[in-house]
Design a protein around this ligand. Structure first.
Ligand code: PRX
Length: 664
């Protein structure tokens, strides 16, 4: 834990309260606060019984489980372990059995605007054929498959096909570099990579297959036997005989029947890499049964999903939001969902509003960064202002990935929801598998900027550094006191790191440490997230470890030392600011600018464009204590452009602060 730790005693008072609209509450799955409290009480009175009933009611079990929760190996908790099921069966076959075969599962809109609709029957067909194709390559239960694909029906199919045959997928976001991709391929031990020739975003073509080739050429990827390529654009690529195969060739003669592989509820459905405060990104391992259960329940509780809804989550399948609220949750509840290939600003910043109007979306779930940038765009150009579009189909809005500032919340509420749509500000993490704290749209009175209360069954609390509960009104460390079904199971290949990161001994080894600070309102008990308490940044809702960026910088031959901190940013929430010491003398003027550009591009190549520092400053040294520790809290103040008022008596080289004060 860093010196950012949460001695917050108040957050700016927010007195606006928005009760759920009466018509919404009347038909909601959880209608009114009494219904919410009743569910919470059920969980408190009989924790295992609560989850067992929900798991029986909401999942199709090939073989029922007999034990709900096994705590004997805590914190390696096991849920419904002796039950057998298949996630893809639950998402597809179950819907066919219910007679929803002809219902549209996916409305896909390509970057250029072309629309393709896929019914549940068609999706089932595609998944089974592709699953059989993977089997023909020898991929099977227990194998790991890396997916590096654009937003596409085929991306969803690839993930579902892995689930169908019991292979564990690891999706790598298409914006990561060859090096990041290679590190993940190696760490997870992938036997196959599924990719596309190119990805198209904002009218630009990006060469995914070429990046896969580059990643595999970096070495240590001998386990990869095949690369499967989805033809998205027909752009020129190298096809390596014997290793590479086109997706359309692979499925050409495959049967559309594929008996699912029945797996234990604990079987790893996927591994998704995310950043921590130290070391390389960690492979967060999720289960099959508990994970899917929570995906389904949160679709019902948080999103109040109904058969006629058109659900749109704008996340990428490369992030956990895309896993839970694109590939699995919406399909498992038989919803119609929109999958979008492009970006919110192409061909113009009215794209989201245009798509809501065109497809009559009823539930819209996006990130505060997108909202903030679209506010700016709407202010600058009346033609892309949401008032120009018919958004009357909307009934519910959602926010995810980072704190939503009250101003952005109000704009979203008034301009997109037209004052009629509740906003669910969902707090959760890659590790939690699904929502943890969020308003319930038919029950919870909303307060801008607060994720309000934990979902039923989620025992969230705020504690001090010694693990003791803090009273409302006092900021502290966010923890979850009991295991829950969709929680992270382990860090792939590193159980020790899993225990240390999430269940530290200081708190008794059985309490989940979220890594965020939080505070509860004195009167309402509502939670507000006050930010990470470790060295993790949140840039545009993307999670980045400062250490990762520092390592990338020091790998450059010019760089001797680097320290990275976050600074508040109007659009991206946080921005990356790097303080760099070169091996040569400190550059100034144009030369400094030129080297900064070089280093920013270097980081893009090492990690991916999302990790590019927004700002780089050069110094002869970094502010250090006498024992040589970099004083990051001072760098954070400098990055913000504020004056240092803290005690600097332990600082070895105070003069350096003056040098680092000025942006280039
Ligand atoms: O700091 C919290 C922030 O995002 C972190 C999790 O990032 P990631 O694992 O990439 O998952 C993002 C999508 C679920 C959290 O530790 N965060 C996420 N949602 C919110 C949030 N901060 C404030 N409010 C939220 N609603």
């Amino acid at each position: 834990m860093t010196d950012q730790t949460s001695n917050v005693t108040e957050v700016k008072a927010e007195s606006r309260i928005f009760p759920p609209p009466a018509p919404f509450a009347a038909s909601a799955t959880i209608s009114g606060m009494d219904a919410y409290y009743a569910l919470c009480k059920q969980a408190e009175d009989d924790y295992e019984g609560f989850w067992a009933n929900l798991a029986r009611e909401n999942l199709h079990w090939h073989k029922p489980f007999t034990k709900t929760l096994d705590e004997s190996t805590a914190p390696l908790y096991k849920w419904f372990e002796d039950g057998l099921l298949n996630v893809s069966y639950n998402c597809l076959d179950v819907n066919l059995q219910k007679g929803h075969g002809d219902k549209v599962a996916v409305i896909f809109e390509a970057d250029g605007g072309e629309v393709t609709k896929v019914t549940y029957k068609e999706l089932h067909h595609k998944v089974c054929q592709f699953a059989n194709g993977l089997k023909s390559l020898g991929v099977g239960k227990g194998d790991r498959v890396v997916i590096y694909m654009p937003m596409s029906v085929e991306g969803v199919v690839a993930m579902q096909a892995c689930a169908r045959i019991g292979a564990t997928h690891s999706v790598v976001f298409g914006g990561f570099s060859a090096k990041s991709l290679q590190e993940r391929i190696v760490d997870v031990g992938a036997v196959a990579v599924i990719t596309a020739d190119e990805q198209v975003r904002g009218g630009k073509h990006l060469p995914l297959k070429a990046i896969v080739d580059e990643a595999l050429a970096l070495g240590d990827c001998e386990k990869v036997r095949n690369v499967v390529i989805y033809k998205r654009t027909g752009g020129a690529i190298n096809v390596l005989e014997g290793r590479d195969i086109w997706m359309h060739d692979l499925v050409a003669n495959q049967s559309d029947v594929c008996e699912p592989e029945w797996v234990s509820a604990e079987h790893p459905l996927f591994i998704l890499y995310t950043s921590g405060s130290t070391g390389k990104p960690k492979g967060v391992q999720h289960s099959s049964g508990g994970y899917l259960l929570w995906a389904i329940l949160t679709m019902k509780w948080t999103f109040d999903i109904k058969p006629a809804d058109v659900f749109w989550c704008t996340a990428d399948i490369g992030w956990v939001t895309g896993h839970t609220y694109i590939t699995y949750g919406p399909l498992a509840v038989g919803a119609t969902e929109i999958v979008f290939e492009g970006v919110p600003t192409f061909p113009n910043a009215g794209r989201f509003w245009n798509m809501i109007e065109k497809h009559k979306a009823t539930i819209f779930y996006t990130a505060p960064t997108a909202i903030r940038s679209l506010i700016k765009a709407a202010d600058a150009d009346a033609n892309v202002h949401p008032s120009k579009y018919d958004l009357s189909s909307l009934r519910l809005l959602g926010s995810v990935g980072e704190p939503i500032n009250p101003e952005a919340w109000m704009w979203y509420y008034n301009n997109i929801g037209r004052g009629n749509c509740p906003i669910v500000d969902t707090f959760w993490q890659t590790e939690t598998g699904g929502h943890m704290m969020t308003p319930l749209p038919g029950a919870t009175p909303l307060v801008p900027g607060s994720c309000t209360l934990p979902l039923p069954g989620i025992m969230a609390a705020i504690v001090d550094e010694t693990g003791h509960d803090l009273p409302n009104g006092q900021g502290g460390i966010l923890v979850v006191k009991r295991p829950w079904p969709s929680m992270i199971r382990t860090i792939w290949g590193d159980e020790e790191r899993f225990k240390k990161s999430y269940f530290p001994e200081e708190f008794g080894g059985k309490v989940y440490l979220a890594g965020d600070g939080a505070i509860r309102n004195k009167d309402t008990g509502y939670f507000t997230i006050t930010g990470r308490i470790d060295d993790v940044l949140n840039v545009s809702g993307h999670r980045m470890g400062t250490m990762e960026i520092e390592s990338a910088l020091v790998a450059n031959p010019l760089v001797a030392e680097a320290a990275v901190v976050g600074k508040p940013d109007d659009t991206t929430g946080e921005a990356i600011c790097a303080f760099v010491v070169l091996k040569r003398s400190r550059p100034t003027g144009d030369e400094a600018k030129q080297i900064a550009t070089e280093l920013r591009n270097w980081v893009a190549k090492e990690i991916g464009p999302i990790a590019k520092p927004k700002e780089i400053r050069f110094g002869d040294n970094l502010p250090k204590t006498r024992s040589g520790k970099i004083m990051r809290r001072l760098l954070r103040v400098l990055a913000k452009g504020e004056t240092i008022t803290q005690d600097i008596s332990t600082l070895e080289n105070p003069a350096i602060l003056e040098q680092l004060k000025q942006p280039l």
